[in-house]
Design a protein around this ligand. Sequence first.
Ligand SMILES: [Zn+2]
Length: 226
Amino acid sequence: MSNKARANQQVDLSIADHNIPIAFSGEIMLTGWGENHRVGRTATFRLPEDEPEHPFRGMAVSAGKSVGQRFMAVLVMLNDDETPNDEVAEKLYGKHVRELHAKGWFFDRRVLQAMGTPDEFREWASRQSCVVCKSPAPSNVLRGPGYTAISVCNLHRHSDVAALATHQPKLIKVWVSHLICRIAGTDGLSEIPPAYFKVICEQKGIRDTIPASYFDAGSTEGSDQG
Ligand SMILES: [Zn+2]
């Protein structure tokens, strides 16, 4: 069994740096998953057949009252080009974040006020790229009342006001997301587990603003029953 351990060269497994004995390493494919009262949650993977013998042959399996061999597993989702897929988190919580978008949560006055004052928003906006052409460090921030500051480069500062206003919602969303993610220590809202998101909003005093549906249907994470 022991010489079955093999580092997968295509994915850099950081645990391999820590002298943890690896019982199995290799690319596997999900062929099914299930959930029922008898065995609980299960997942089935197809293993590579490049070894003469099944890597798990002879190991104890869970049956009746006997306990199966236990493993610690870390799975990295692969793209078609064999690189690690870093959008797993998006798939995990993306639908919750879509709920926030659908309910207009980012524009809730209570949410905006919990994030900062209009002046703080304006200061932040002054460090963003032009909303029209994305050129960095615009020298102008156009400002109306409340949270309506908008960052524009010299070329676009005289654009039609109504046209510029169409970019406003995006800038507000980026600002709110940026502040929440800074607290959570994540790169995106969709990487924040909903329960933790609730804690952050509680601390900000805006728990009541979260759509109730944000916490519904959190258990199956959008998978289709196979
Ligand atoms: Zn521009």
